[in-house]
Design a protein around this ligand. Sequence first.
Ligand code: AMP
Length: 496
Amino acid sequence: MINNITKWLDETAKKYPDNTAIVDGERSVTFWELRYKALCLAEAIVEKGLFKEPIAVMMPKSMDVIVCFLGVAYSGNFYSVIDTEMPPARQQKIMETLEPRLIITTLTEDKTGDADTYQYDYETMELSCEEKVIEQRERTCDADLLYVLFTSGSTGIPKGVTITHQSVMDYIDWVEETFDIRESDSFGNQAPFYFDNSILDIYTSIKTGAAMYIIPQILFSQPVSLLNYLKENGITTIFWVPSALIVVANLRALKKVELAQTLKRVLFCGEVMPNKQLNMWRKSIPDGIFANLYGPTEITDACTYYIVDREFEDSEPLPIGKAARNTDILVLNENNCLVGEGETGELCVRGTSISRGYYNNQEKTKEVFVQNPLNNKYIEYIYRTGDLVKYNEYGELLYVSRKDFQIKHMGHRIELGEIETLVSGMDEIEHCCCIYDNVRNKIILFVMGAAVQEDIVAYLKNNLPYYMVPSKIIQMSKLPMTANGKIDRKKLQESI
Ligand code: AMP
């Protein structure tokens, strides 16, 4: 095992220097260039005297973000990507938790926080002494952090999931082997780089020499053009959120573009994939490999998988399968014992893939990264996912539901509590509650108090990313309560 993920890039750049590493619209970069530019950036970071420190990458999605990820990794520091479309108020909260020592950006306007800024410019970056960077990299070990990814947090503060080089290497080794990814393959990247699904595209490409095409975002609302893009660029592998696959199927785009000759693997993760739309995809690519990956950010993207190997009715649930290599899954009931036959329990994970906890947040870390209740002999952490699952008759895991108020909306992970905490803090709001309408895929906010609708909407938009802003606000003179004095969510759910 190597100590730093950038050693994969060293190898790949040596083996396939002129192969395309990333395609980003009109721009592209070879593996040799990618390594060179990452080293240039790393040198600038090393010169600032930074080692094992958090570095924020704040720029719109582009191949430059990947250069930054790798540059930070070469320098022995760790990155956190800040979504530039997120309102500054939320960026600020993330910065307060991360306390970055450096912000790498292409933006010229005011950035958030007091950290030093590095103005990134791909064209002018040059390398003067590679040895200096390599020397610093040699001081790292595989238990060092590679990145911190922020996800929604119920207390109103996003949580920074810490992931080590070791976890990513272990995961990508498994991806490469399981799906037989080679240098001749090409990924069609959908996932934003602040979402952990992108880890698969980025690092499998770097390890194997496969190209990664950053699909222009606009194409995801034009399914026929999207499929034509896949076809014209000979994309062999996609790893998308089910929402993206569903839109393509629903708009019947698969009937208009023939993909069977080029697209070999359709992998997905992040939320439930309905068999109805999956069957449409399977019909149009009969020899393709389809796989349902499951996992939260806290366990390095995916920890279980199911390679689709039989027919399913449209209304049947698709299994999330079995544990990925070098990962152990424990399904625990309320008494912290392994579930019996047919029993539903919480999916808990053990292994190298587990995060080192939430950055700068011991309290939240302790809630879900806990000692394995089945082992009282030595320290062994498990991660409690909050997902309820059960085994089917084939011994495969089936996703059932969440234990809490976390939802998936358009592929985004959202704690309804984060919206509620924010709204509760508004003047003239006495009480509020957020519900997810699973049928219409809408977040609905119920409020009690004198606040005016327009003010609530403006406040939400100033504080939350667009996908977290409720699409409907219902004002009530009184919220329904249960007998023990809690908001009656069930009643609210039934009322929509
Ligand atoms: P994230 O951290 O954004 O990857 O979100 C993780 C959560 O998404 C999990 O805890 C599940 O609730 C949900 N999820 C991820 N993959 C799947 C899947 N294949 N099927 C059902 N739910 C999933």
